[in-house]
Design a protein around this ligand. Sequence first.
Ligand SMILES: [Zn+2]
Length: 69
Amino acid sequence: MDEHAEDRLTALESVWYEIIEAVNAGRTSGLLCPECNAPDGLQVEERQGRTIVTCPNCKRVVEVAIATA
Ligand SMILES: [Zn+2]
């Protein structure tokens, strides 16, 4: 087991926080990958009720948990 996995996940969520917030707010275009800043931007798609953000450049995949207040 990797006891640092959770820390890395927190760091990842931190760097993606603005993207996740934007997607949560319904903004899915004009987003840039915070890790590689690929000019092509991010792809946002829904899969089985979940929202998945993918970067075509660095292949990062981030699942956005839609806030249900
Ligand atoms: Zn990227």
